[in-house]
Structures are given as C-alpha cells and as structure tokens.
Write a protein that binds this ligand. Structure first.
Ligand code: FES
Length: 567
C-alpha cells in the first residue's frame, strides 16, 4: 500500500483541520461499536442495492454478509452503504430514465466516502451498467458482484421464466389463445425464485459483459441466485477487493478499459445473442473511459462473430443451463481466436489465462462449437439511412428473416399514450404488411427511452394469427423480447430527428442486407415538415430537467454529456 491516507483517513471532511476531521470521524465511527484495531484497517465499501422495490435484488442482504466474510478474512474492514436501486418493472416512466442517476449517486459515494476499494452489488438491468459507469468515472478499484439469475419453473410439461415466457403468454392472451383465468394463473409461475430474469435478457447479458471486461470472475456471470456458489462468489468478491487494495488495478489502467477489451465485450454480446440494451449500456460505459462504441464497428464484428449460445429469447435454454453447460469460460474458449487475449482482469490475470486450456466441460446443446454455431453471424446489425442518420439497431437473431427486406407504408404513433389509445382500435387502418412506427420515446422524451419497442401486434391482427410485423422506434426493447423490431433510431424524434417528421401513410424501406433504413419522402416535403416541427416543452426542474438538458443520443449511450470522459 502507498503512503497516501488509507481506510478511514481517506477523503476527510473539509473543516480546514484534517486531524480534527479524522478525530471526529473516528469518534463517530466508534459510536457504532468498532474497536480502534478495526478502524485502523483498510476499508472496502460495499454498495448495497437491496430495496423492497427490487425483487431481483432480494438476496442482496445475504450476499453482503458473504462479502463481509471475504473482506474480514483478508484483514480489511467492510462498510456497506446504500445507493439508488433500480428494478425494471418498478419505475415510472422507466428504469432507463434513472440509470444515470444511479451512476451519478454511486460515483459520488465511491468518491466521497473513505474506502480503498469497493464491491458493487447489482443485478437488475440498469444497475450493472450504472455501477460500471460509476466505478470507471470514480476510478476506484471495484469488484462487480451480481445477484445472479433466477431458476426456471417446471410447469405442466414446460419450463417458464421471466421474461421471455411472460411476453410469449401475453402475446397469446392478446391473440385470444389464452384465457383470462389462465393468464392470471401464469402470473404466479413466471418468476418463482430470487434473482434476475432467467433468460439471456439485459441483466444476464450485462453480467457476461462485466465478467468479460474483467470486473468479476467468469463463473460470477451465470451462477444462479439461489445456488450456494453464488454466496462463495460473493465471499471471494470481498477477498478480491482486499487484494486490490494491496495491488490496485484501476479501471483507467491501460490494460483494463481498452478498445481491445471493448471489442471482446461486443463479441461476447454477439455470440450470446444478447440484449440490444447492452449496445446502449456499453456505449455509455465506453464513454466513461474515453472510448467509443462505433455502430459500424459493431456491425463489422457482427459479420464475423457467430451466435454460439442457444438461450431464450433467441433459442431454447435458460441461464441455469448456460451455467451448467460451462458458462462464460466455455464460451470464451470457443471465441478465443477472435479475442484480444492480452486484456487483464482485476487480479491482473490475462484473458488467455482466465480461459484456460480448453479442458473444461461443455454441453454442446447450449454452447455450440465455433464450427457449428446457432448462427454463423452475430445477433445484431446496425442500420443507417435517411430515417436513422446516426444509426439504429435490429436484433436479427430474434427477428423474422422473411421481413428483413421490407418496403411498406407505415402507421405512426405519436408517443406511448397514442399507441395505448389506438393500437387495439378495431377501426385502425392497418394490415400485417404495414410498418408500425412509434416516435417520441427516445432518451430525451418524457418517457425516457423505455422498453416499449416491442410494439404489440394490433389485436385484430393478432387474433387473425399475425405473429410478427416490422416495428420501429427511438426507444429500446426488453432483452427478453423478440420480433422484427428496429430500435434506438437516432437522432430521436424529441430532438427533431427525421423520425419526428414521419407521418402515417409514408413509405419506409428496411433492408437488413444493405443495412439501410430509409424514409421514402421527397426532400422538399421533408423541408416543409421540418419547418413546421415544434419540440415539446422542456421540463422545468429536477432530474427530468437535467436529463432533458444533458442526455446524449443512443449511439453515445444515452449518458449525460457532462459525465463522459474526454476521448
Ligand atoms: Fe430485473 Fe429482469 S426485471 S432482471
């Protein structure tokens, strides 16, 4: 350890008398019953995201107990502290609107409180990116610990888990194939253990990315929330944080957040058939390190990175199957020829050494060999064109190939309220061949870029058996959802992007082959519409105003501009 102040002596309050500040801090800490011997030790801060509003974090208290064991066993003092906690279905307008608030809160607490290293306990979709953004900006040695995925529930001959099966059954209910009584019964069968969604949704994807980047051990990405291994991983996270105090590896260190490591993470995202949300979160994480996630680069990597993991929503298995099949170690071994193996984790171990020699078990039903992939190309493509000059995303692995080349007229919804009011109107002039367009749902809109991109199939079409249509918007889609859905259109409608000018009846051309998304409206007509366009009134105060003033577009991660690092 260096001669710099450590433990409680770090970051003393500013009274103009450092010794007094430390004296005061110690005497108040002693009111909690700590001995002088404990207060002299280095400190590991533990970001506690337990919340009665966050079912995905139900196990956080016992995880923190295990982290404390690990910290104490290595001779440091564990000090937990609360931060903002975000659970996907618990927040209005949506959890994404608050991801940057959690990142800002966590960064401030990591920077302001006395600690030599930290363990960040997260799990639900927005929490892991928020905590990684915070750790990188605070530039503090920090170990990521996720709560882990829930187990699937055996039910009448099939398995169920949040939230691909929630969406599947809800779509069938809307189509009249599932009764009111049945959908009510299923409500209690879809999420039946503690943990994050049990498919390769955003939470699982971000956990795998955090492990790839080196912020946690590889097994930490997939061990189920209720498995005893999860507690051992938590104990080890505490011990690892203490090792980091002795041999600090900072996120800013040259081998950690590198372009090579970012590419590795993108390749993992693609090979997982992972969540589209991870593209936005990785762009934000990269921005905190002065890097950028270029959509054209993502598209190029997608062309040469096969999908190897057969999990819902793109395949069949659940996260517990991925863990049992060999998990991240097995996946990275298959991808090794595409990866930068010189990147290091928090222990300074290279990716090559973390992967090992390939002698591990692998279940090929879940993690395919590189030569026999689920799909020879990656799950995501980036689209550009007159409707998306700064880009858009399509998850082709969860889409219908027959719709990849579509030119059709569109039906436009001016925001989520309009969508809710009209989508099921029997008089809606819409056919299965039309394109559904939702605007005013991007990062600067009042809805805060929700997971509303999975526009429901209009009820009258669903009841006629239509399972998929081309849908597009400036918002996001749940990582557990599926369909031919174009997302993250940038610039968004709320800043006056071309999306704002689309009108019902316009023709749009989607070409996955050419990576194009074009609005087929003459330029003079577009100029006329542009001149008439008015932005919505700005919020007047609070977090909403800060978001409105500062939020970037999706390709920059929808982060707050002033929190991004200089390149
Ligand atoms: Fe928390 Fe899905 S709702 S991970």
């Amino acid at each position: 350890m260096s001669d710099k102040p450590h433990g409680l002596a770090r970051n003393t309050s500013n009274y103009g008398d450092r010794d007094f500040a430390l004296y005061l801090r110690r005497s108040f800490a002693k009111s909690m019953g700590y001995s002088q011997r404990m207060l002299d030790k280095p400190v590991v801060g533990i970001a506690d995201t337990a919340s009665d509003y966050n079912n995905c974090h139900r196990t956080v208290p016992e995880l923190i107990e295990a982290v404390r064991r690990g910290v104490l066993s290595e001779g440091a003092l564990p000090l937990g502290f609360p931060t903002v906690s975000l659970c996907e279905p618990s927040l209005s307008p949506c959890s994404m609107h608050y991801r940057n608030l959690m990142a800002l809160d966590t960064e401030a607490m990591l920077s302001a409180q006395p600690m030599d290293a930290a363990v960040l306990v997260g799990g639900c979709d927005k929490t892991v990116p928020a905590q990684l953004m915070a750790a990188i900006s605070a530039d503090i040695p920090a170990v990521m610990l996720v709560t882990g995925p829930m187990l699937a529930q055996a039910f009448e001959g099939e398995r169920l888990s949040a939230c691909t099966d929630c969406r599947r059954y809800w779509a069938r209910y809307r189509a009249g194939e599932v009764t009111e009584a049945r959908i009510g019964e299923l409500e209690g069968k879809l999420a039946t253990t503690a943990g994050t969604c049990g498919v390769m949704g955003t939470a699982s994807t971000m956990a795998c990315i955090a492990a790839t980047l080196g912020f946690m051990p590889l097994a930490g990405a997939s061990a189920p929330a209720v498995h005893a291994d999860r507690l051992r991983i938590a104990e080890e996270a505490g011990a690892q944080a203490v090792r980091l105090i002795k041999n600090p590896i900072l996120p800013s260190q040259s081998q950690m957040m590198t372009q090579g490591n970012l590419d590795n993470a993108v390749r993992v995202l693609l090979a997982l058939g992972g969540s589209t949300n991870a593209v936005v979160h990785m762009a934000a994480i990269a921005g905190r390190a002065g890097l950028s996630l270029d959509l054209k680069r993502l598209d190029a990597l997608s062309e040469e990175t096969p999908v190897l993991v057969d999990l819902k929503p793109t395949g069949e298995g659940y996260m517990e199957d991925f863990h049992a099949a060999g998990g991240m170690r097995a996946l990275l071994w298959e991808l090794r020829d595409l990866l930068d193996l010189t990147t290091i984790d928090l222990d300074g171990v290279s990716l090559a050494d973390r992967i090992g020699d390939g002698s591990h078990f692998v279940d090929r039903r879940i993690i395919r060999a590189f030569s026999e992939p689920v799909s020879p190309v990656g799950g995501l493509v980036a689209l550009f064109g007159s409707l998306a000059p700064e880009g858009a995303i399509l998850k082709r692995s969860a889409a219908t190939p027959a719709l990849f080349e579509t030119e059709a007229r569109c039906m436009v919804f001016d925001g989520l309220e309009d969508l809710a009011n009209r989508i099921d109107d029997p008089a809606l002039d819409v056919t299965a061949q039309d394109i559904l367009v939702l605007k005013y749902a991007g990062p600067r809109s009042p809805s805060g870029m929700p997971e509303a991109g999975y526009l429901p199939i209009p009820k009258k079409l669903a009841r006629a058996g239509v399972k998929d249509m081309v849908r597009m918007s400036d918002c996001r889609m749940s990582g557990t959802a599926f369909g031919t859905i174009v997302l993250h259109i940038a610039p968004e409608a709320a800043v006056g992007g071309p999306l704002a000018l689309v009108q019902t009846g316009d023709r749009i051309r989607l070409s996955v082959k050419d990576r194009k998304l074009d609005l087929l409206v003459a330029e003079d007509e577009m100029a006329r519409r542009r001149a008439a366009w008015q932005p919505a009134p700005a919020p007047k105060r609070g977090w909403d105003k800060l978001v409105y003033d500062q939020v970037t577009q999706a390709p920059l991660g929808a982060d707050l501009a002033f929190l991004r690092a200089a390149p």
